[in-house]
Design a protein around this ligand. Structure first.
Ligand SMILES: C[S@@+](CC[C@H](N)C(=O)[O-])C[C@H]1O[C@@H](n2cnc3c(N)ncnc32)[C@H](O)[C@@H]1O
Length: 401
C-alpha cells in the first residue's frame, strides 16, 4: 500500500498528534491544497512549459476534463457569454472570472473563440483567473501567453475574496471547481448524524466516527429535511460546506451578469437518494477511480459530486436567481453543436471527441450546468433552450426566495 507523499503524511500525522483527530474535510484540504505538498499545490514534475500540470490533469495524468477532450465546450460557453454581453448592453469592460481553471485550456479556447468571432466583444473583454495553486497558475500562464501581451486582458487572483463587492459586470464561470472543494463526510448511526474524522493509530491513518464538528452540518441536514430528504441508518455521504461559502462570495462579487457552474452533480433528491448509500466520494490516480483516500495521500485527486439544489438555494438567498439547470449535452445542443458535428467526418478523431462530450450515458449527462443571474431581468439563454429535467432545483430555490 502506498501511503503517499512522505512530507505531506508527516504534516498530517503531526497535526493529528498535536490536536487529535481531524475532520475529513481538513484531511482533504491538506491532501489537495497543503501549501507545499498538496496534490494541486505542489510543483509539477514536467519542466516543459506547455506540459505543466499534465502530470495531474490530462490524458497522461490522473484524470481528464471536458477541456482535454475538445474545445467545443469552451466555444459554446464563448457563444453563451456573448449573448449575455448583448443582454447587458455591451458593457465596457466585460469581465469573465474563471475560478479553478486547472491547466487553463478552457480559458485558452474561450479567448481564441472570442477573438475570432467578435472583435468588438474581444476588445472589451477582461479575463480574470482565480486560482489558489501556484503550479496550476504556472500552467495557465503557459497556455495564455498570446493574450498576456495586451495589458489587462488576462490577470490572476489568489482567491475570490480579492474581488471587490459588485465589481463584476459579466460572467463568473467554473468547470469542475466545486467538486474539488474539501468535503465533510457524515454517516447515520443510531438514528443520529455523525461525522467521519481522520485519526492516526498503529502507524496508519484511520477513521473515527464522532459527533458533528460544526452546527453548519446540522443546518445543512435541516435544509435537506425541508425537502423531505432524511438519511436512513448506515447512510454515508458528503457535505460540501465550502461550496455554500463560495456561492455567497460569488453572489457578492456580481453586480450585473450571469454565473455558470459546470460540474458533475445532481439535485439534492438524487444525490442524497436511496441509490447513493455510500456517497459519491472518489479518488483518481492514473485514470483509475478508487475509494481509498488514505493511499497515495497527496498523489491522487479526490472529489465528490455537487448538490446543485442547495447551491441554487444559497445563491437565491444571496441575490442570485436561478436562470436554469441543464446538462452538458443539452447546453451544447442549445448552442449549436449539431452544426459542428455535421461539418465533421463521421468516425474521425474529432468527431469521436465531440460525441464523447455529448454522450447521454457519459459526459453529456453526468455534467450539469447551473446558470444564475443578477441585475438582468429573466434572461433567455440559448444554452438553456433544452430543459430536459430537474424541475426540483428550481422549485427548491424559488421556495426560499
Ligand atoms: C478539478 S480542477 C478543474 C480544472 C479545470 N477547470 C478543467 O476543467 O480542466 C480544480 C481546480 O480548482 C482549483 N481550486 C480549487 N479550490 C480553489 C479555490 N478555493 N480557489 C481557487 N482555485 C481553486 C484547483 O487548484 C484546480 O486548478
Amino acid at each position: 500500500m502506498h501511503v503517499g507523499h512522505p512530507g505531506l503524511v508527516a504534516e498530517i500525522v503531526a497535526e493529528i498528534q498535536a490536536s487529535g483527530p481531524i475532520t475529513f474535510a481538513r484531511f482533504m484540504e491538506l491532501a489537495l491544497y497543503h501549501p507545499e505538498f498538496g496534490y494541486y499545490t505542489r510543483e509539477c514534475e514536467e519542466l516543459h512549459e506547455n506540459k505543466i500540470g499534465e502530470d495531474r490533469i490530462g490524458w497522461s495524468g490522473d484524470y481528464y476534463t471536458s477541456s482535454d477532450v475538445h474545445p467545443i465546450l469552451a466555444r459554446a460557453i464563448a457563444r453563451q457569454v456573448r449573448q449575455v454581453d448583448e443582454l447587458l448592453g455591451r458593457p465596457d469592460p466585460f469581465t469573465v472570472v474563471e475560478m479553478g481553471a486547472g491547466k487553463g485550456l478552457l480559458a485558452r479556447d474561450f479567448l481564441a473563440a472570442s477573438e475570432k468571432e467578435s472583435a468588438s466583444f474581444f476588445h472589451r473583454l477582461r479575463y480574470v483567473l482565480v486560482e489558489r495553486s501556484p503550479a496550476m497558475r504556472a500552467s495557465q500562464r503557459g497556455h495564455l501567453t498570446p493574450w498576456m501581451r495586451t495589458a489587462g486582458r488576462v490577470s490572476w487572483l489568489d482567491g475570490l475574496e480579492e474581488l471587490e463587492t459588485g465589481s463584476v459586470t459579466g460572467v463568473i464561470l467554473s468547470n469542475e471547481l466545486v467538486d474539488a472543494f474539501p468535503v465533510h463526510r457524515i454517516t447515520i448511526e443510531g438514528g443520529v448524524p455523525k461525522e467521519i474524522f481522520v485519526d492516526y493509530e498503529g502507524g496508519r491513518l484511520c477513521e473515527r466516527v464522532q459527533p458533528l464538528s460544526t452546527q453548519a452540518l446540522s443546518d445543512y441536514l435541516q435544509r435537506l429535511a425541508q425537502l423531505e430528504i432524511t438519511l436512513p441508518e448506515g447512510y454515508k455521504t458528503e457535505i460540501n460546506l465550502e461550496a455554500l461559502a463560495w456561492m455567497t462570495q460569488v453572489a457578492r462579487a456580481v453586480k450585473r451578469g450571469v454565473v455558470i457552474t459546470i460540474d458533475y452533480g445532481h439535485t439534492a433528491q438524487d444525490l442524497y437518494g436511496p441509490d447513493r448509500r455510500r456517497g459519491t466520494f472518489l479518488c483518481y490516480h492514473h485514470q483509475m477511480a478508487s475509494e481509498a483516500p488514505y493511499e497515495r495521500v497527496g498523489l491522487q485527486d479526490m472529489t465528490a459530486h455537487v448538490d446543485f439544489t442547495t447551491l441554487a438555494t444559497v445563491g437565491e438567498e444571496s441575490g442570485l436567481h436561478v436562470t436554469g439547470f441543464t446538462n452538458q449535452m443539452s447546453f451544447l445542443m442549445g448552442l449549436g453543436v449539431e452544426q459542428l458535428i455535421e461539418s465533421l467526418e463521421p468516425g474521425s478523431a474529432e468527431f469521436q471527441s465531440v460525441v464523447q462530450l455529448l454522450k447521454p450515458e457519459g459526459m453529456g449527462r453526468t455534467f450539469k450546468i447551473l446558470i444564475q443571474h443578477k441585475g438582468i431581468e429573466s434572461p433567455e439563454l440559448d444554452g438553456l433552450r433544452f430543459k430536459p429535467f430537474f424541475g426540483s432545483v428550481l422549485a427548491a430555490a424559488e421556495r426560499s426566495h
